[in-house]
Design a protein around this ligand. Structure first.
Ligand SMILES: [Zn+2]
Length: 410
């Protein structure tokens, strides 16, 4: 399954290296995003409004020219190497543009859509990722005001301030922009707090996402997922779904995930698409060059392990499921590739299951794969095979050279 937790590695590293300013010493700009949804035109009209202190000199938006258009702004706007560069006036100002909401994903279906009664998209669609030319690293204060048709409600992974205005706060970022899955329209919404996580599960009227089935599954599995990432996991989480014309799969995002309404919660091979995406969101890991088998393998392994730990499935069925993943990955020759497909994810899950068992045996059950996964999550750097091997070795205290050499072929 695809993974869409996209974190700009360079920006992340900068944010990690740069000391985070104290609130007193470096008051940053006020950023306000205004979004006017126009279903008749199929677009969102977006305004980025900057004012206050510590303004950036320019924003460099990585736009999709087929979706982001009609740029106008105070100060100058120009295209430069495929990016829209907005030179921000010294006293601040506004940048305006239109976003075409409908977007086809590879394969049939859309990963963003707008209709007369609902719209489903990502914050990243509204405000694409950007480089920020800033004289000093200061922490921005950001808000988004959503202007939707009368009678529409909004479910988004952002903190509601008042009405349809939300606070935008991205951890580890100086210049916050809206990210994650958003559903607006005439909606069915189920809210509940499970394992300390405030959940909102939503679908457009008439699209049966099976919200209570999802709720039930999470009531007996979320605890165990929170246990894997006890320190740093989302405190609130949004699950949105819709039927066709949306894409028939699951996609994770920051503090949120999308699932097609017709997807089963548990598949015939015993893995769970919704838990797979949930693990991606909780782990928010990004693969380095040869680390996608680890990122996808972890999501696939835990989507099965969480069912086992919660006794949703028996030990016997868990083992049979591992057998099915083994069959599925039979023809995989090399897992060290840039993008892991389903077969490589399955092989990854098998390797991780074996690693988990090896670590448990060697430490008399004191350590397991969770300890490795947790370190990967906390490091917040792109996951590579080399680093994964180092962490597994440190955590287990074992010599794992032959274990990995046999399975990775190098
Ligand atoms: Zn995945």
């Amino acid at each position: 399954m695809s993974r869409t937790v996209r974190i700009c590695a360079a920006a992340l590293l900068l944010a990690l290296l740069a000391p985070r300013p104290s609130a007193a010493s470096a008051r940053g700009p006020d950023v306000r995003y205004d979004v006017l949804l126009l279903p008749d035109d199929g677009i969102a009209r977006v305004t980025i409004d900057l004012e206050g202190e510590g303004l950036p000199n320019a924003l460099r938006l990585r736009i999709d020219p087929l979706r982001h258009m009609n740029f106008t702004g105070d100060g100058e706007t120009e295209m430069e190497k495929g990016r829209l560069v907005w030179t921000v006036p010294p006293s601040g100002g506004k940048l305006r543009y239109d976003v075409k909401i409908d977007h086809d994903r590879n394969g049939p279906g859309k990963d963003a859509a707008i209709t007369d009664t609902w719209a489903l998209f990502r914050g990243e669609d509204l405000v694409p990722s950007m480089g920020v030319d800033t004289p000093e690293d200061v922490e921005a204060t950001a808000k988004i005001a959503m202007h939707v048709p009368d009678g529409w409600s909004i479910v988004a992974p952002w903190k509601r301030l008042d009405g349809d205005t939300f606070e935008i706060e991205q951890a580890h970022r100086f210049f916050d922009r809206p990210t994650g899955w958003v559903l607006t329209g005439k909606l069915g919404v189920t809210r509940e707090k499970i394992a300390g996580v405030r959940l909102a599960i939503a679908n457009p009227w008439g699209h049966d996402l099976h919200r209570f089935d999802i709720l039930a599954l999470l009531r007996w599995t979320l605890d165990d997922l929170v246990d894997v990432f006890p320190e740093d996991h989302p405190k609130s989480f949004v699950i949105v779904g819709a039927a066709d014309p949306m894409w028939r799969g699951g996609l994770s995002g920051p503090n949120s995930l999308y699932l097609h309404a017709d997807r089963p919660l548990i598949q015939r091979d015993g893995t769970s698409p919704i838990l797979h995406e949930l693990v991606h969101s909780f782990m928010h890991a990004r693969a380095g060059d040869d680390g996608d088998w680890i990122v996808e393998g972890i999501a696939e392994y835990y989507s099965l392990a969480l069912l086992r730990r919660s006794r949703t499935i028996s030990k016997r069925r868990y083992e049979r499921s591992l057998g099915k993943l083994r069959d599925k990955s039979e023809d995989v020759e090399d897992v060290l590739v840039e993008r892991a497909d389903a077969a490589i994810a399955a092989r990854g899950a098998i390797i991780l299951a074996e690693l988990d068992e090896k670590i448990r045996e060697a430490t008399d059950g004191r350590k397991n794969l969770d300890d490795v996964t947790r370190v990967l999550q906390e490091e917040r750097v792109p996951v590579t095979t080399k680093r994964f091997r180092e962490i597994a070795t440190e955590v287990s205290g074992l010599d794992l050279r032959s274990f990995f050499d046999e399975r990775l072929g190098r």
